[in-house]
Design a protein around this ligand. Structure first.
Ligand SMILES: C[S@@+](CC[C@H](N)C(=O)[O-])C[C@H]1O[C@@H](n2cnc3c(N)ncnc32)[C@H](O)[C@@H]1O
Length: 272
């Protein structure tokens, strides 16, 4: 296989980003320099690793799982099929957290996945500490590995429990903030997502029949773990702002909405 064939095959999978994908795969699976390959596009570049990576990509596996890592905020994260791939839209929540957390804050990251929210916030705000929670052992293992990779292990406590039912695991703890990007997609929407997203864990996407189960439970069951001045930052779907305002109002919170880089509603800020 040469560069021309690689890009031709990737174009069928990813018409808008095939050249970038080719470079990322070559960087991961070829020992030749990209500049050399681009200058010698007919030259053989095939390695067994590159062939199997291309096959996986042709099977619509996300590029991030194939190379096993991804950038989020200013940090690098290990990712595999046990965790959601960190999205740039989620960086909005991290930006708000960095800005709003008080000095020496202790915060809770519910549904942590790769750990990207807790770890990037901790990495940028070196005065803070956190608890990060996921239900799945293999997912929490990735978050722990990412905390270590980004030098924040000593300031984060990983906890394995079901956010929907086992909040008592936090008995005796108090937090300055709850940060969470929980599963929030309705089942009929999941069915129509891209083949790539369908490789991501269903449990990371499914937010109950109305997409709101985690927001309702978290506001209802975790407010008692917030200090008086505490707040909640949720990532939300582009069409969930009104629902979040209703949930906030029902529990005596004010609710402000922040937009993502694409102009969509993306983060809800709940404050008593
Ligand atoms: C939308 S992903 C978000 C991951 C990460 N916070 C991010 O922003 O990329 C939701 C996460 O919630 C976890 N999860 C799903 N159901 C859960 C539950 N009942 N209790 C705790 N975590 C759960 C999934 O394993 C997944 O890692």
């Amino acid at each position: 296989m040469n560069y021309n064939e690689l890009t031709r095959r990737l174009k069928a999978v990813s018409p808008d980003a095939f050249e970038l994908e080719a470079e990322i795969l070559l960087e991961a699976f070829s020992d030749k320099k990209i500049a050399y390959i681009l200058a010698h596009r007919e030259e053989e570049i095939g390695s067994q690793e590159l062939f199997s990576a291309l096959k996986r990509r042709e099977n619509r596996e996300p590029l991030q799982y194939i190379i096993g890592k991804w950038e989020f905020f200013r940090q690098e994260y290990f990712v595999d099929e046990n965790c959601l791939i960190p999205r740039s839209d989620t960086e909005i929540l991290v930006e708000r957290a960095i800005e709003l957390l008080p000095r020496n804050a202790h915060f809770l990251d519910l549904c942590t996945g790769s750990g990207c929210i807790a770890v990037s916030t901790l990495a940028e705000r070196v005065d803070t500490s956190a608890v990060m929670v996921d239900k799945f052992p293999k997912t929490l293992e990735i978050a722990i590995k990412n905390a270590s990779h980004n030098g924040v292990s000593d300031r984060v406590e990983p906890m394995l429990f079901d956010v929907l039912s086992d909040e008592n695991a936090l008995e005796g703890k108090k937090f300055d903030a709850i940060l969470s990007n929980p599963p929030y997609i309705r089942p009929e929407v999941i069915e129509n997502l891209s083949d790539e997203v369908k490789h991501e864990p269903y449990a990371a996407l499914y937010g109950g029949e109305d997409g709101l189960i985690f927001y309702n439970r978290i506001v209802e069951n975790y407010s008692k773990f917030l200090k008086d001045e505490g707040f909640i930052l949720f990532e939300i779907g582009y069409d969930q702002a009104d629902d979040l305002k209703k949930i906030a109002e029902k529990h005596g919170y004010s609710c402000s909405i922040y937009k993502d880089y694409g102009g969509n509603d993306r983060v809800a800020y709940l404050k008593k």
